[in-house]
Design a protein around this ligand. Structure first.
Ligand code: BGC
Length: 330
């Protein structure tokens, strides 16, 4: 049983969002369509037990450091750290008991704002330093804003994101007719273990090119050795602009998600490892039926560069935000 898990509902004119303090998951995002109907834009389970039972990090907050860290190892100021290994010999999304499995405390809650706090103690999952994290969710008009604040008492790694799976069509059709635009000229190469190598590949002339809106399903019919490795797109993109970096559009229903973030990039993940399962309202979704837009600093950079993007210095503020704007257009 999950103890003390609660559900918090945020409402604005055009959005209804449900969040739980268990793993600070976004459970549900409903947008108001021009026809007056509300529609679900993210995958979510029926019960909190399902969130505990299933893999895939559906809607979860990911920390301390998102995505894969090679061998779960890194060196900081000459000291070696071993993280919890939960993906073969890798540490994925914060390790065995990442933030997605932790109970947060709600400190502020009203109709338009929720603040969830969590103290990650020194040594948790192998990471140095005690880190105090505050995640703030706000809804206004058609926008859900997520702000990440953290402070540590020792130098450590912090790279937070949210792992919501978006699908604007409400159907499990492998993202057919969804178009995607990403303001990025390059993406991060991954090795055979899906770990970033430190090399960047220009998107030009590849299926990874979303500088102009492209149909995701069509792009995924094309070949590229990097796509074969990940069974689809599961790659970090380095953004080339500072607002509106990612747009997911579903023209048949005239619904659009516009993502703006303070973060330097995003892991774009086309749910290639999501095996079929039941989500709420008796809907089955699986392989490539949704897309995650995980705004982040590049993972594993601690092992191939100085890792400046992911090191949080003692007593310095970590402050990042991502806005998700759900538009119903003419
Ligand atoms: C990773 C995938 C992984 C998924 C769910 C994504 O962020 O890049 O490789 O399967 O999360 O665990």
């Amino acid at each position: 049983m999950i103890n003390n898990a609660q559900v918090f509902v945020l409402e604005s004119k055009k959005l209804r969002v449900s969040i739980t303090n268990y793993g600070a998951h976004i459970l549900r995002v409903e947008m108001l369509n021009r026809n007056g109907k509300w529609s679900d834009c993210v995958l979510g389970y029926e019960t909190l037990e399902d969130y505990k039972k299933y893999d895939g990090y559906v809607g979860a907050t990911i920390g301390r450091a998102c995505n894969r860290i090679k061998d779960g190892r890194f060196t900081l100021h000459g000291k070696n750290y071993q993280l919890g290994l939960n993906d073969g010999d890798k540490s994925l999304h914060g390790g065995i008991h990442g933030f997605d499995k932790r109970m947060f405390v709600a400190s502020i809650y009203d109709e338009g704002m929720l603040q969830l706090q969590y103290r990650s103690v020194d040594g948790e999952e192998g990471y140095p330093g005690t880190v105090d994290v505050i995640i703030t969710y706000r809804t206004f008009d058609d926008t859900l804003s997520v702000t990440y604040d953290a402070v540590s008492n020792k130098d450590t790694l912090v790279n937070l994101t949210n792992h919501s799976y978006f699908n604007l069509s409400d159907t499990s059709n492998q993202l057919k007719n969804h178009t995607l635009q990403i303001q990025a000229h390059e993406f991060a190469e991954i090795d055979e273990n899906l770990i970033t190598t430190g090399n960047f590949i220009p998107v030009a002339d590849t299926l990874f090119d979303f500088r102009k809106p492209q149909e995701i399903y069509q792009q995924l019919q094309k070949n590229h050795p990097q796509k074969e490795r990940a069974k689809g797109i599961d790659h970090h993109y380095n953004f080339s602009t500072s607002t509106n970096q990612v747009v997911l559009d579903y023209p048949p229903l005239k619904r659009r998600l516009i993502v703006s973030t303070s973060m330097p990039g995003a892991q774009i993940y086309t749910a290639n490892f999501l095996d079929k399962r039941w989500f709420r309202n008796n809907k089955e979704f699986g392989f490539r039926d949704a897309i995650c837009i995980e705004t982040q600093a590049i993972s594993n950079s601690i092992n191939f560069s100085e890792g400046l993007e992911v090191i949080l210095r003692a007593f310095e503020p970590y402050h990042e935000w991502t806005n998700y704007r759900f538009e119903s257009y003419e």
